[in-house]
Design a protein around this ligand. Structure first.
Ligand code: SF4
Length: 229
């Protein structure tokens, strides 16, 4: 709903529910899922957080020229505990992926992630650079990707609209659609470990296997060398 327009009941009405003739503009009959999604999509609060050049375009999007407040999104929150949208706006270095995952874990459910630009989506011009992660989706789930280097504010707004569409398709009473209402706590994503390189704890067994395989190879080579002596 735009702040500059009067409220349109048709946005809220479920077209599958008939309304008596003459009352169409006065009442709306809707489902709980539809009103829940409608409210959530029009009050999404992004985290006040930027990474690189794409962040400048995100800041421009928040300015009066483009007007994020038309979506009820102008309240950028400085605390992850009050935000439900993480816009990953820029190059994700191996050093920064550690706090990004921590921040993501600190955001309450339901939460969404938008990968803004080529860097956040896949590494961009720095892909396979020694210090850059090839896409934030290697670590946290991404809901919307916005292409571009950098994407324009218009492209980011289009990404917001795609996210709203996704929200409006979610069903409150289907566990696989809104898993955050399942019983029990939601598992946190293990925080990556930054050493000489970045390590994803979820790949620990794979890394161990690889180290053991290489150690066996070294041992065999040494044994062959000794036998040759
Ligand atoms: S996608 Fe382009 S504009 Fe955005 S952070 Fe990467 S290099 Fe900068």
């Amino acid at each position: 709903m735009s702040n500059h327009q009067s409220f349109d009941l048709h946005e809220l009405h479920d077209p599958e529910i008939p309304i008596p003739e003459g009352l169409e503009g006065s009442i709306a009959a809707t489902s709980l899922s539809r009103i829940y999604n409608w409210s959530r999509a029009r009050s999404t609060w992004p985290l006040l957080f930027g990474l690189a050049c794409c962040a400048i375009e995100m800041i421009a999007t928040a300015s009066s020229r483009y007007d994020m407040s038309r979506f009820g999104m102008e309240v950028m929150r400085a605390s992850p505990r009050q935000a439900d949208l993480l816009i990953v706006s820029g190059t994700v270095t191996k050093k920064m992926v550690v706090p990004i995952v921590r921040i993501y874990n600190q955001m309450p459910e339901p939460k969404y992630v938008l990968a803004m630009g080529a860097c956040a989506s896949g590494g961009g011009p720095f892909k396979e650079g020694y210090n850059v992660v090839s896409g934030i989706d290697k670590y946290i789930p991404v809901d919307v990707y916005v292409p571009g280097c950098p994407p324009t504010p218009q492209a980011l707004i289009y990404g917001f609209m795609a996210l709203h569409k996704k929200m409006e398709g979610q069903q409150l009473f289907q566990r696989n659609s809104t898993p955050w209402y399942s019983r029990g706590p939601v598992d946190e994503i293990p925080i990556p470990i930054l050493g000489p390189d970045i390590i994803d704890p979820r790949q620990a067994s794979l890394l161990r296997q690889e180290v053991e395989r290489q150690a066996q190879g070294v041992a065999m080579t040494e044994a062959q060398a000794e036998a040759g002596d």
